[in-house]
Design a protein around this ligand. Structure first.
Ligand SMILES: *Cc1c(COP(=O)(O)O)cnc(C)c1O
Length: 386
């Protein structure tokens, strides 16, 4: 849809799929798994697949594991706002697995980040042969001559600190490798990893793309349509499809992504800065957020890697006891895992990740009013001090 390419992000999130719509204004819910074949005598079309059949823009749907209307529409919108061809999966983990299957790396450079990705790499190594896949750290020297996947998560779970994509893109490419990014903590319009040389971008769509804590989804975005087609083939024949209800809810959610993410980012950045002023008050020991890291000026701001600060970040409290009690003293923050929804969440992180610092709590900022969230923290800090 050429004219729309010149429109702003917020506009494309709402209108990019309009040519795929009927007269209805809100997308219709389509649950059918199968679709009526054309009758050549009536429709003038043969029922088989023709050579021109493009699954990213199917002339018709046949069976929903291949294509279905709402997934096509959601992928149109996602491809436009992420900026490269994008394919949907039923979860972030399914998206990451699809990347491993697509790249088939012999060496993976990875340090920290979302625990599930490390578990998926263990499965990948088990299936490919432990000795066939070498694991190295992100800041190690990258060997040449083998298929290298450099995997960077930024902003990083659970801290909400950022890593330079430009640096890792240059290093990965110099070694003949490719750079993949888990950009879940930095959804559009917070950051555009492709601007900094990244080859593959993954999102857990369960988080900001959905934003309402009511569906699982994952996305993979690639620079090349040929790669999109390979991923579509693999998805079709591994059966890793997003459900019809989930993708309908996701398409609904994308309409408001721009306002949600901008507001969440603004409130979160203010709250992180305010919490940083509470260090020394007996409860807060340290606050992690991209705006508070040493090289914040290099990474955050207009035209920088992060246009907007992350809306999920971490606070280290004075003691493990405080970290376990404070989440239950807050009235507006819900003590639960996950992030990206309209409601603010807090989690004593050790519950989900036993290797984490026991004094650390992770915050996901929703769409509530800043002053209310700040008051909530003031009262909860008072309560745990006693
Ligand atoms: C949640 C999350 C995932 C996994 O996504 P699911 O949708 O839960 O499968 C991967 N990476 C990060 C950074 C996440 O926050």
């Amino acid at each position: 849809m050429a004219p729309l390419q010149r429109t702003a992000f917020a506009t494309r999130a709402i209108h990019q799929d309009s040519e795929l719509s009927g007269a209805e204004v809100a997308a219709s819910l389509s649950l059918s798994t199968t679709f009526r074949h054309p009758d050549p005598e009536v429709d003038g079309v043969e029922p088989g697949y023709d050579d021109e059949w493009d699954p990213s823009r199917p002339s018709r749907d046949v069976y929903s594991r291949e294509t279905k209307p709402t997934t096509t529409r959601a992928e149109h919108v996602l491809s436009s706002i992420i900026g490269q061809p994008t394919i949907l999966f039923p979860s972030g983990m399914a998206a990451f697995w699809a990347i491993l299957l697509h790249v088939r790396p012999d060496i993976i450079a990875i340090t920290g980040g979302y625990g599930g990705c490390h578990e998926a790499i263990k499965i990948y190594r088990r299936t490919k042969g432990e000795d066939q896949v070498q694991l190295i750290q992100l800041d190690d020297e990258y060997p040449h001559g083998k298929k290298l996947l450099v995997w960077v998560e930024t902003p990083l779970n659970p801290l909400g600190t950022s890593r330079s994509l430009d640096k890792y893109a240059k290093r990965a490419h110099a070694a003949g490798g490719i750079l993949g990014v888990d950009s879940t903590f930095g959804p559009p319009p917070m950051q555009d990893p492709f601007k900094w040389g990244v080859d593959i971008v993954m999102h857990s769509g369960t988080k900001y793309l959905n934003g309402h804590s009511d569906l699982l989804a994952g996305t993979v975005s690639v620079r090349d349509k040929a790669d999109w087609l390979k991923l579509w083939n693999d998805r079709t024949f591994t059966g890793a499809n997003i459900g019809s209800l989930d993708v309908w809810l996701l398409l609904r959610s994308l309409r408001t992504l721009d306002v949600r993410v901008k507001r969440q980012s603004k409130t979160a950045t203010r709250l992180a800065q305010w919490l940083a002023t509470q260090v020394g008050g007996g409860v807060v020991d340290k606050v992690y957020h991209t705006s508070l890291q040493d090289n914040a000026d290099e990474l955050l701001g207009p035209g920088k890697q992060m246009e907007l600060g992350p809306a999920c970040f971490s606070v280290v409290l004075k003691s493990k006891d405080m970290a376990s009690r404070l989440p239950n003293k807050l009235k507006l923050f819900i003590h639960a895992t996950s992030l990206g929804g309209v409601e603010s969440l807090i989690e004593h992180r050790i519950i989900s990740d036993p290797s984490e610092n026991p004094c650390l709590v992770r915050l996901s900022i929703g769409l509530e009013d800043f002053d209310d969230l700040k008051d909530d923290w003031e009262h909860a800090m008072q309560a745990v001090r006693q």
